[in-house]
Design a protein around this ligand. Structure first.
Ligand code: 5AD
Ligand code: SF4
Length: 466
């Protein structure tokens, strides 16, 4: 595909703006001031998509409510990465039948990764007749047109074309947070890890232009956003005419006091150039989320990860050498088909070598259409559960030790929220520690210097420096 073909044209976006005006008129007549309830499952990419869905809806005259009972439009933005997430969506969609009976004019829509799968959208069509609108990940920008069709009585709409994916710029957004901003820099994934559904539902890798990214970043900074996370399934394969490391340096040059975070880095593409950029850019977090998935080279090969235990460990050594304060986090899968107990032990020994700050741990979930779904598996789920808990216990101990090692240090933290316990605030350090301390609410959204006095398992506590 030619790069220019990836971008949705201005004409197409203008067509959608016209549809948005039509929806505004119809919805106003039908509901008075229409209200929407958007519920997001899954990862930050979905959160970013939901912010655009809300941006378009706002242009169509919708207000937002937290409860589906009060809404004229309900949209679930779904996740397909594990079976459990899908089951939750099916359960929640099932209960919406009562809402539809009570208020037949309510429009029910489903979108996101789950809906990009043909077998899922067929099941919705067959078994959930109260759902009016189903759309996949590649047509989010066409929401005005799809909603127009539903509201003007053209029947149920199912739109999830199986294409490589597009980039739609200049879609309005609603961001409820005054502190955090999610900034997609690329979409899709070309890696086809054998367990993972993402490449099938998010299409091929495509990168936004650096100028568009920087313009969004500047706008966020101008709006007071302090914690900006650059998003991509594999940010290290960013290719917008410059490398990801170069993009980080450009972001770092933007004026203002803010933090630049990013996720996710694939170890096979994590370059030394990136590590140097991280080390040298003062606004960039000193935290690397570097999913290893397994500590066994045999399992990594079966997963199609394109690195082995040794490559990974030397990458970690290099990163730690360049950034003494660096904290690492990771994703781990236990129970990949045919994984033995000895191989889980290899993962545990890798965890002990790297000493992660924290982990996102998952039990393998079979995803229809992926190569791993066809692989034989002879390990019971009870045994997988036992191995999983053994691994968690090791990590818990390491996390606690690392937290305790912070006592006596002084950190600059971005204060993110207040706790329900009066007087407590939570902030985050550049290297990803959550810090609890006492202080007044007007510190939220600002930076503060905190001297660390104690460490728990997952958070550290400290005192505001006067
Ligand atoms: N089963 C369990 N975990 C999975 N992940 C992706 N696919 C699966 C699956 N089929 C995990 C990986 C990935 C994270 C986002 O989700 O660890 O890094
Ligand atoms: Fe899935 Fe692998 Fe792509 Fe990550 S890199 S989204 S785990 S296929």
């Amino acid at each position: 595909m030619q790069k220019k073909d990836i971008f949705v044209s201005d004409e197409e976006l203008n067509v959608q703006r016209d549809f948005a005006q039509k929806v505004k008129e119809i919805a106003n007549k039908k509901y008075g001031r229409p209200k929407a309830n958007i519920r997001t499952f899954g990862c930050q990419q979905n959160v970013a998509d939901s912010q655009r869905i809300m941006g378009m809806l706002k242009d169509m005259g919708y207000d937002f409510v937290d409860n589906s009972d009060d809404a004229d439009l309900v949209i679930f933005n779904t996740c397909a990465v594990r079976e459990h997430a899908e089951d939750r969506v099916f359960g929640n969609v099932g209960t919406l039948v009562h809402l539809k009976r009570r208020k037949p004019n309510t429009v029910i829509g489903l979108c996101g990764c789950m809906m990009q799968q043909e077998h899922i959208s067929k099941r919705i069509k067959r078994s959930f007749p109260h759902v009016d609108l189903v759309f996949g990940t590649h047509v989010v920008h066409k929401l005005p047109e799809m909603l127009f069709k539903v509201l003007s009585g053209q029947g149920r709409i199912f739109e999830n074309p199986d294409i490589d994916g597009v980039i739609a710029e200049k879609i309005p957004q609603v961001n409820d947070s005054k502190i955090n901003g999610w900034l997609p820099i690329m979409y899709g994934c070309n890696n086809f890890c054998t367990y993972c559904i993402v490449p099938y539902v998010r299409g091929r890798e495509r990168s936004r232009n650096p100028e568009d990214i920087i313009a969004d970043l500047k706008e966020m900074v101008a709006n007071g956003i302090k914690n900006i996370t650059l998003l991509g399934q594999n940010v290290n394969s960013y290719d917008g005419g410059i490398t990801f490391a170069e993009l980080l340096r450009k972001c770092n040059e933007v004026d203002g006091d803010f933090v630049i975070r990013f996720m996710t880095s694939h170890p096979k593409d994590c370059s030394e150039e990136l590590l140097y950029a991280m080390a040298e850019c003062q606004k960039v977090e000193k935290h690397l989320h570097l999913p290893v998935q397994s500590g066994s080279s045999r399992v990594l090969k079966a997963m199609n990860r394109h690195y082995n235990r040794e490559n990974y460990l030397s990458l970690v050594d290099k990163a730690k050498e360049l950034m003494p304060d660096l904290m690492l986090t990771s994703d781990i899968i236990v129970g990949f088909p045919s994984e033995t107990y000895e191989e889980v032990k290899e993962t545990i020994s890798l965890i002990e070598k790297v000493r992660y700050q924290s982990l996102f741990t998952f039990i393998y979930s079979k995803r229809k259409g992926t190569p791993a779904a066809e692989m034989p598996d002879d390990v019971s789920s009870t045994e997988k559960g036992k191995r999983f808990r053994e691994l968690l216990a090791v990590q818990e101990k390491i996390s606690e030790e690392i937290c305790k090692e912070q006592v006596g240090k002084t950190y600059r933290v971005l204060v993110e929220e207040t706790s329900r316990i009066k007087g407590n605030l939570y902030g985050r350090t550049l290297n990803n520690f959550i810090v609890e301390f006492e202080g007044s609410e007007d510190l939220v959204g600002k930076f503060a210097e905190i001297k660390i006095t104690s460490g728990d398992t997952w958070i550290i506590k400290g005192k505001l420096k006067g």
